[in-house]
Design a protein around this ligand. Structure first.
Ligand code: ATP
Length: 929
């Protein structure tokens, strides 16, 4: 029934599936629960039903996004300036005051052009950001385990089709509506769909439910957008895409996160401060002007005010910030850290505590079993990787046959049956696993003794199970061969507690205290050698236990032995830990594993030193939250913890003022990830739920990547501070110069709005963009992190901006007064304005070079380490000269031809800024000494 013939018609999917029996559902959907669909069928169905996607409800319309751009207070002020400037031009035209060469409404048009350009730029960036984030969302879009051609494979969620048989596991986010055909302790959270926060138990009812059963009570179905909290199951997909219940409600899965970053919020506040202060300044200048000379110069005073208003707005800043954040995100992706929430880019640099899982993040997660310990025997196992070839050696290093030891035979059977992974060879003949590496290693171990997973599974059927969870730290399966047997594996101490007997040879013997102690001692020895140890047990059963009988069934077990596997630390993790310590970041290991294993690995990596205090999950349980808050200062290793402990640890650390990054992969890690300042999910082994809750996803599950991303975060933050310093300093200088001219009695406005726009956008903008890609300063990871709460103007930045603004204005005003007076004598009465314009522009070139470091002198920095900056300085200087020496541009920008002497004077004055900043650095060095 599984093949398609030519006149095959697509199955009807519009039935009330919850009312149907499993058999009918499978028949109707033309699928087979053991084989699934064939690839050809799946493809045909995909082209018929379309991709399994929920079309996202459009958030804001394009118009809305565009209109939103013009709500910025600084842009509104510019629009005001454009209007007033237009009115002035109109008055001039009426009064015939405009010279023949002058183009009317030039400033108005230029300002409006900038406003529109800024608006469009913002619009493009916002829509691009939305698209980029949507693409990131796709990148982390779930992969689903399905049965196709009889094989369990992973497919991207959009490629699911009705009739697919899907596997459900704890942590999965469901991407299609399905009818359950198998389930074991399956619990699903359907809050996204029904609003019900509690988990719902699901069952593979053979027959259907009544038609009127409401969504929340359809226990034989699973739905898109819900999450598997516990247990396992199998379902047949009945509806996909917009046909699903979620699609029907047409609610979006989750809106694309596009919140403004803290920096963007601060910039909005800055805009308000700048606009208010410029309005105050305008009022003061007009008042002083009117008091000095009466109303006769009012038009000139208004022109001055307009220029000041334009000068105070850092027009180029928003674009530079967006570009910097975007480039930061890109650099992080290159280093394998995917940012899911934009604020993380700038706040990552403030992290001072990284809480990391051990398995897979600090270790390689490539497990190889090295040692098996039954009560009376020890075996060492040779072989590498997952390849199931190797020998079992006894203490005398002689190869033994596993079949000679019944307890070992049973233990290896348990390894295969109590296991959800699969071991197979890829096209290149390499052995690989699908599933948990811990379980993969057990399959490989059994393979070395000749056990074949497929043969065993086909002979011995699993009838029910109590699945693994990080809280239970164990799993059991009940299998039926000739009789019912339960096989259990998990954390050795917990399994041993549940055992009353042990298996030796062909005998089942009672476990005495002495043997128990011996087993625990062996377990400790193995753990102290950095081995990850699992305990194995079994128990014959007379009947199949129900799901709620796990506690009672998993008692009175027969102990089989310990299996120790090596999971070597990642080489790069050691380096990353050292880097953290240098950078004032404390790495903390939080693991479900044994404390001695955790300790051994932590010491190899440098996270802990001999004698360091380790806190176990059990001890933690007995601590009140205030007590834990005291402890977290000293503890670097938490062992045998459960996910809910992680939440308490983060909260305690945060209470101590720490800025915490925390990793997680399981479904129950989500609250801790949300609570952490930076929640980090695992890209490879992480569940969909943990990814959804995170700020960042590690594409390679690697601790070193967290440290790399932190470093990038610091670079981004320091570059942002660098160009803010650069841009705002000059803005303040411009405003003071313009305001001073009428106050000291110079007639005419030194800078026209057009010239100011040119400065703010081009001559400031280009070098600022280049400063945004300034490479990391060598000491970036050698200093402690800055507080995330500090203002962007903290640590002297605000003072620097004001100071440099004043220096800018002193230099330029001196030049202005001199040039004004000499211009009056030399017969070029307007040259002083162009000299002021040129000096301000060129001064910024020197400033750009000097501002690269606030400690190192410019001559101490390799000039080619940021070639963009050199290029931008050269290009901007040439452009500025073109404005003076190319006639059409000269006319448009109302500049005057400068003589070589005048140009050199401008150059001389402008270089003083560079000299000043360099002297400041020397002074600071001397002062610190
Ligand atoms: P980390 O928290 O650093 O990732 P972990 O993998 O040891 O380390 P958990 O996955 O929470 O943490 O596992 C907790 C414990 O449960 C393990 O130390 C092990 O003893 C046991 N365990 C792990 N995987 C399995 C499994 N598949 N079946 C049974 N027991 C397991």
């Amino acid at each position: 029934m599984n093949s398609l013939n030519n006149n095959f018609s697509m199955p009807e999917t519009q039935l009330p599936w919850h009312t149907q029996s499993i058999d009918f559902t499978l028949r109707k959907l033309n699928t087979n629960p053991e084989i699934g669909l064939t690839n050809a069928e799946a493809e045909q169905r995909l082209s018929h039903y379309g991709k399994n996607e929920i079309q996202e409800e459009a958030g804001r319309s394009s118009w809305q996004i565009l209109l939103d751009q013009f709500q910025d207070i600084m842009l509104l002020m510019l629009i005001g300036v454009a209007i007033v400037s237009g009115i002035l031009d109109l008055i001039n035209i009426r009064g015939n005051n405009l010279s023949a060469e002058e183009i009317p409404f030039k400033d108005t048009i230029a300002i409006l052009a900038i406003v529109i350009l800024n608006g469009l730029l913002g619009y493009l960036q916002e829509s691009r950001a939305e698209k980029a984030l949507a693409a990131l969302k796709n990148l982390s879009s779930p992969k689903i385990q399905v049965l196709r051609n009889g094989q369990r494979i992973e497919v991207d969620a959009p490629n699911l089709v009705p009739g697919d048989i899907i596997f459900l596991e704890a942590g999965d986010q469901l991407c299609a509506d399905g009818r359950i055909i198998e389930a074991s302790n399956l619990q699903i959270r359907e809050s996204a769909l029904t609003g019900e926060a509690n988990a719902v138990n699901k069952y593979p009812l053979a027959e259907g439910l009544a038609e009127e059963t409401v969504l929340g009570d359809r226990v034989n179905q699973v739905f898109t957008g819900t999450e598997v909290l516990q247990g396992r199951g199998k379902a047949v997909v009945v509806k996909t895409g917009m046909e699903t219940e979620l699609g029907k409600i047409a609610q979006m899965l989750q809106s694309v996160e596009n919140e403004p970053t803290p920096l963007q919020k601060r910039m909005d506040q800055l805009g308000q401060v700048l606009v208010t202060s410029s309005l105050v300044l305008v009022a003061v200048v007009i008042l002083i002007g009117v008091l000095q000379t009466g109303w006769s110069r009012i038009q000139e005073l208004v022109e001055v005010s307009l220029s000041m208003a334009v000068a105070v707005v850092p027009e180029g800043l928003p674009a530079v910030i967006t570009v910097t954040l975007a480039l930061g995100t890109q650099r992080m992706v290159k280093r394998k850290a995917l940012i899911r929430k934009l604020p993380a880019v700038e706040t990552l640099g403030s992290v001072n505590t990284i809480c990391s899982d051990k398995t897979g993040t600090l270790t390689q997660n490539k497990m190889v079993v090295q040692q098996v310990e039954a009560v009376q025997h020890s075996w060492f196992i040779t072989g590498e990787g997952y390849q199931p070839t190797g020998n079992f050696l006894n203490l005398q290093q002689q190869t033994i046959q596993a079949s000679d030891y019944p307890e070992l035979q049973t233990l290896l059977t348990a390894c295969v049956l109590c296991n959800d992974a699969t071991l197979s060879q890829n096209d290149q003949g390499q052995w690989q696993i699908l599933g948990d590496p811990t379980e993969g290693a057990l399959l490989s171990l059994a393979g070395k003794a000749g056990f074949n997973q497929q043969t065993l599974n086909s002979r011995i059927q699993r009838v029910t199970e109590f699945p693994f969870s990080s809280e239970r730290k164990r799993m059991s399966v009940v299998c039926r061969n000739s009789e019912l047997v339960m096989y259990t594996k998990g954390s050795p101490e917990l399994i041993l507690e549940r055992c009353q007997f042990y298996h030796q040879g062909n005998e089942i013997l009672p476990l005495t205290v002495q043997e128990r102690n011996q087993i625990l001692q062996t377990n400790n020895q193995m753990a102290a050698n950095a081995l990850r140890v699992l305990g194995f047990a079994y128990k014959p059963l007379t009947e199949i236990p129900a799901a709620e009988e796990e506690e009672h069934t998993e008692q009175n077990l027969i102990w089989l032995g310990l299996v120790g596997m090596l999971d070597a630390p990642r080489l790069e993790a050691q380096e990353a830990v050292a880097k953290c310590l240098q950078a004032g970041i404390r790495p903390v290991m939080i693991t479900g594993d044994h404390q001695l294993t955790a300790n051994a690995i932590a010491q190899q990596l440098g996270i802990a030193k001999p004698g360091n205090h380790i806190l176990s999950g059990q001890q933690l349980e007995h601590l009140s939250q205030p007590e834990l808050e005291q402890e977290v200062e000293q503890v670097n290793i938490y062992a045998r913890v459960s996910p809910e402990h992680k939440l308490r640890i983060v909260q305690a650390l945060q209470k101590q003022g720490k800025f915490v990054a925390m990793t997680g992969d399981g479904v129950n890690d989500a609250p801790a990830l949300k609570q952490a300042d930076i929640g980090i999910a695992m890209g490879i082994t992480g569940t969909d739920v943990s990814k959804e809750a995170s700020d960042m996803v590690l594409l390679d599950d690697n601790f070193a990547t967290i440290v790399a991303a932190t470093e990038e975060g610091r670079v981004v933050y320091s570059n942002i501070r660098r160009f803010i310093k650069y841009i705002l300093g000059s803005n303040i200088g411009e405003v003071i110069v313009i305001a001073t001219a009428p106050i000291i009695g110079l007639s005419g406005v030194p800078l026209s709005p057009l010239q100011i726009l040119w400065m703010n956008l081009v001559t400031d903008g280009l070098p600022a963009l280049a400063l945004a890609v300034e490479p990391a300063e060598p000491n970036i990871m050698k200093r402690p992190p800055f507080s995330p709460k500090e203002s962007i103007f903290a640590r002297g930045l605000g003072a620097y901006i004001v100071r440099i603004g004043i220096i800018f204005s002193i230099i330029t005003i001196t030049l202005m007064v001199w040039a004004y007076n000499s211009g009056q004598e030399s017969g070029n009465p307007n040259a002083w304005k162009t000299m002021v314009f040129t000096t301000l522009c060129l001064a910024q070139m020197g400033h750009a070079l000097a501002v690269r470091s606030h400690e190192r002198l410019t001559i101490e920095i390799n000039p080619f380490s940021n070639p963009y900056l050199l290029a931008s300085v050269v290009v901007t200087t040439l452009l500025q000269l073109m404005l003076i020496y190319l006639e059409p541009l000269r006319k448009f920008f109302n500049t005057e031809l400068l003589t070589a002497q005048q140009l050199f004077i401008c150059l001389g004055f402008s270089s003083l800024i560079f000299v000043w900043v360099e002297f400041e650095k020397l002074f600071m060095r001397w002062f610190k000494k």
